[in-house]
Design a binder for this molecule. Structure first.
Ligand code: ARG
Length: 457
């Protein structure tokens, strides 16, 4: 088979070189966007007179047929044809002859592959945004049921202050909201058209880049052809967004893995999302969450992969860039797989309220509210901190809780303490005392939940 670029060659390509340089084994997934891009390019050519309308129609219709064959798995791929762009163009030429040979006028595979990638990333952003919304929705959906459950909050994984359980769920909603905003912002920079930058310098042909950009839903054509030919910033930015999503998913997974242990016992995962052990009959392993945590490595790895790929490449296109796709596609597939599973786990997990309540008074979750009580009585903050620290030490020695100290013991530590102190002691009182905007108290959490519900109404 003659190469599309074979005019200046006499000798044949070594088959090992064909296998080494091919990308069809991983870029076939660009088929649909490649066809969309080519159809827009053909329509632009018809508009400026590089194709007749009849030629354009024949090209667009034949591309459609080829796309359908690829989608049905009826289209043979061969390494000699290198990549998806060559496969589609050569099929077009074999079906349309000279008319097919006109499609590549005024473009190069360099702007073509950049266009395909941008169309693909744009679609991936929209899909991932929808999946992130599903995850947020799952947290919001279970929150009303968890508005009256008080659970320990941690820093350093040490018991810190009590919060309403739904405060945890809405914390994840916030993180995923920032992820969605980052994706939307990234999308704006992705959505600039490379098409018509040609190989690196543009073209002497009378193309209309505004028109093809518009047909493809891009906001504008990119302004510098050298930049287009070399630019993979959009992939690095996009995978960075995915890496943060993966980090958030991994934090959630890790937290729930801890909460499922006998040591915590806060949470029971639905059977459908846990697995057993081949030797230990009692086991109920959170493998799905472990793999959400583990697969984050693959998503994060895309960022250094791409940075290393572009580092030190001179302008413009270099074949190194072909190695961008493997990392990007794997990151997309992995994040999509994690996000698709997450909502069912989020909605299906059951808080073990008895177990949580049974140990809620351990760990001095009310110490900070007691300190704030003293502050309200006029004690300077640092003095109040020290006073409560001493009371905690007293309790440690007596193996009791702050609420179990007598009023006279409390007053010995600080004369400003009065009988009303009982209203801030104990985890439920401590959480009820939390009033500030964005806090883990019931009213503040309910207020945020209302906003989230409106967003999803
Ligand atoms: N398969 C190539 C890639 O993914 C397409 C661009 C090839 N361009 C070239 N000038 N050889 O980067």
């Amino acid at each position: 088979m003659a190469k599309a670029w074979g005019g200046r060659f006499e000798g044949k390509t070594d088959p090992r070189v064909e296998r080494f340089t091919e990308s069809i084994s991983f870029d076939a997934r660009l088929a649909a966007v490649d066809i969309t891009g080519s159809q827009a390019h053909a329509r632009m050519q018809a508009k400026v007179g590089l194709l007749t309308q009849a030629e354009c129609d024949a090209i667009c219709a034949t591309l459609e047929t080829i796309g359908a064959e690829i989608a049905r798995g009826e289209f043979p791929f061969r390494v000699e044809l290198e990549d998806i762009h060559m496969h589609i163009e050569s099929a077009l030429i074999s079906r349309l002859g000279d008319v097919g040979r006109k499609l590549h006028t005024g473009r190069s595979r360099n702007d073509q592959v950049a266009t395909d990638l941008k169309l693909y990333i744009r679609g991936a952003i929209d899909q991932i945004d929808g999946l992130l919304a599903d995850v947020q929705h799952a947290f919001v959906e279970r929150s009303p049921n968890d508005l009256d459950i008080v659970i320990p909050g941690y820093t350093h994984l040490q018991r810190a202050q009590p919060v309403i359980a739904a405060h945890y769920w809405l914390a994840y909603c916030e993180k995923f909201q920032r992820d969605r905003e980052r994706l939307a912002d990234c999308r704006r920079r992705v959505n600039i058209s490379p098409l018509g930058a040609a190989a690196l310098a543009g073209t002497s042909l009378p193309i209309d880049r505004d028109y093809s950009a518009k047909l493809l839903g891009f906001t504008a054509p990119a302004a510098n052809s050298l930049d287009v030919s070399s630019d993979r910033d959009f992939l690095i930015e996009f995978t960075s967004c995915l890496a943060l999503i993966a980090a958030h998913l991994s934090t959630w997974a890790e937290e729930w893995i801890l909460w499922c242990t006998t040591e915590f016992g806060y949470l029971k995962l639905p059977d459908a999302y846990t697995t057993g052990s081949s030797i230990m009959p009692q086991k109920r392993n959170p493998d799905v969450l472990e793999l959400v945590r583990g697969k984050s490595a693959r998503v994060m790895a895309a960022v250094p992969h791409l940075l290393t790929l572009v580092k030190g490449l001179p302008l413009a296109y270099n074949r190194d860039l072909q190695e961008d796709k493997i990392a990007v596609f794997d990151a997309v597939d992995t994040i999509v797989a994690c996000l698709e599973l997450a909502p069912a786990i989020i909605v299906g997990a059951a808080l073990q309220t008895d177990r949580i309540a049974a140990r809620l008074e351990e760990g001095f979750l009310d110490a900070t509210t007691l300190m704030e009580y003293l502050i309200k009585k006029g004690v300077p903050m640092r003095t109040a901190h020290e006073t409560v620290g001493k009371l905690v030490a007293l309790c440690d020695g007596k193996k009791c809780r702050l609420a179990e100290l007598s009023l006279s013991e409390l007053q010995t530590a600080c004369s400003q303490i009065q009988a009303d102190v009982s209203q801030v002691l104990g985890a439920h009182n401590a959480v009820a005392a939390l009033k500030s905007y964005g806090s883990g108290g019931r009213a503040a959490v309910a207020q945020q939940l209302e906003l989230w519900k409106q967003k999803f109404a």
